[in-house]
Ligand binder design. Structure first.
Ligand SMILES: [Ca+2]
Ligand SMILES: [Ca+2]
Length: 472
């Protein structure tokens, strides 16, 4: 960003000084934040204020709509199709490809940064954050605490629960993580530092204390807009892969038990709760010594359905599954800009390297977003790509979404006319040329289904010609 000087209200970073990085991850947060407009009632003054201080990417997408592969991808800047990390395993260190990568916190450590973090940075499995993150301060309770008995009537997995719990904010792990961050930001740190803050809400269990539910009285909660028969123009393969046996409540169960409105209310309550924790961290940054020489990046690892396309939770290649908040703020970044170019979470790593004047890593598959931070209208002839399992891809451009599944079936949506992705226009001849431009972005591998485990995670083998194709 050294070339971009002269913005008002910011101080230039001294040439001989490395800027700090504050890296904030929010788990399972879709576009239901005020500034992105994903839900008309979402009340997120702190994330909105952060966005007003820098650039928010309104067309940012995860590389996989599942925690582990999304975080593995952004921490290595490798696509799932390169690392082979598609589901909850393997971890970065178990992947023959990704294990050769230097993950973001380790790269900053190598560069002499003081690296420290708390909460969910990598996927939440035991020991993963400790392995990848220097000076990891812990999960502070992670997804907990859990009540003795479920709050909701959903009989499934113990983490799949929602409602008012516990009594006070300071019982929530995210509150404790924000307190940890406040303390670190009030101290004098060895500079430069890279600080990771990983929040757990609005990931299930969607619990928050009463006051956050009071912001969204149940009778006034607005449900997402849906149409009947939305799935009728989607292949059975496309419907089936999003309805694998999974721990999230099935659509039919939610409707039969009249839990749709409570689920939406609980999600909104959790979003506002976590927004307040983000606000505490940002206030501590402003009050401390590092407000002027710290880049802040805030992102979520993937989207979240709340009834759209007749489903709940993540694990889809539609807009509700892949679109995420991505906000970047810091020295010399223009204020209050919304960038509509298609960008990806795996672009964060190369972006942070350029912002902190570190050498680019040639193994990275993402691109630095610095040209867009300097000028949101900069030439950006790139599309974004996500995948859910081998061979299932979606391609995003500024206006369209293309989906191609491993069985060859496809979807195409024109967001300028159909932001909800209700109308699959793959067979509309008017779009033939533009569809082909999107289709050309899909890697050529094909995979054969071998089977699926009890969680519904399918395993695949590359066919012989894929094995020969090599490539990413
Ligand atoms: Ca997640
Ligand atoms: Ca439809």
């Amino acid at each position: 960003m050294a070339a971009c000087t002269g913005n008002k209200n910011t101080k230039d970073i001294r040439e001989d000084e490395k800027p700090n990085v504050l890296f904030i991850a929010v788990d399972d947060l879709n576009d239901w934040i005020g500034v992105l407009g994903g839900h008309p009632q979402a009340n997120t003054p702190n994330m909105d204020r952060l966005a007003s201080r820098g650039v928010i990417f309104s067309n940012a997408h995860c590389q996989s709509p599942v925690c582990n592969p999304s975080r593995a991808s952004l921490m290595t800047s490798l696509y799932p199709s390169s690392s082979g990390i598609y589901f909850l395993s393997p971890d970065v260190k178990e992947s023959p490809v990704a294990s050769k990568s230097i993950v973001i916190p380790r790269r900053f450590e190598k560069e002499g940064y003081n690296v420290f973090a708390a909460g969910k940075l990598f996927h939440n499995a035991r020991g993963i954050n400790e392995y990848h993150v220097p000076n990891y301060a812990g999960q502070f309770g992670g997804f907990g605490p859990l009540p003795k008995e479920k709050i909701s009537s959903f009989p499934g997995h113990p983490l799949w629960d929602w409602g008012v719990y516990p009594d006070r904010d300071d019982q929530m792990p995210d509150y404790k993580i924000a307190s940890w961050a406040e303390e670190r930001l009030a101290e004098t740190q060895k500079q430069p530092f890279w600080m990771g803050v990983g929040f757990y809400r609005p990931h299930a269990p969607q619990f928050a204390p009463q006051k956050w539910f009071d912001m969204y009285p149940i009778e006034s909660v607005q449900l997402p807009k849906v149409i009947s028969d939305d799935l009728s123009d989607i292949s059975s393969y496309g419907v089936d892969i999003t309805r694998l046996k999974h721990v999230a409540p099935p659509y039919e169960w939610v409707m039969e038990n009249e839990e749709w409105r409570p689920l939406v209310q609980s999600y909104l309550a959790c979003v506002s709760f976590v927004d307040a924790q983000v606000g505490r961290v940002l206030a501590a940054l402003d009050e401390g010594q590092y407000g002027d020489n710290t880049y802040v990046v805030l992102f979520s690892d993937h989207g979240f359905h709340l009834g759209e396309k007749e489903r709940f939770a993540k694990r889809s290649l539609w807009e509700d599954g892949t679109r995420v908040p991505l906000i970047i703020v810091g020295p010399n970044i223009p204020e209050g800009k919304v960038c509509t170019k298609p960008v990806q979470l795996l672009d964060i790593y190369p972006t942070l390297l350029e912002l902190t004047n570190l050498e680019a890593d040639p193994t990275h598959e993402g691109r630095s977003l610095v040209p867009l931070l300097e000028d949101i209208e900069a030439d950006w002839p790139f599309m974004a790509r996500s995948s859910f399992g081998p061979g299932n891809y979606t391609i995003l451009s500024e206006r369209y979404r293309f989906i191609q599944y491993n069985d060859g079936s496809e979807e195409f949506y024109d967001h300028s006319k159909d932001p909800q992705e209700w109308l699959n226009v793959i067979d509309n001849a008017e779009y033939e040329t533009i569809i082909e431009e999107h289709r050309a972005q899909i890697p050529q591998e094909r995979y054969e289904l071998l089977g699926q485990d009890s969680w519904g995670h399918k395993s695949y083998s590359a066919t012989e010609e894929n094995a020969n194709a090599g490539g990413r």
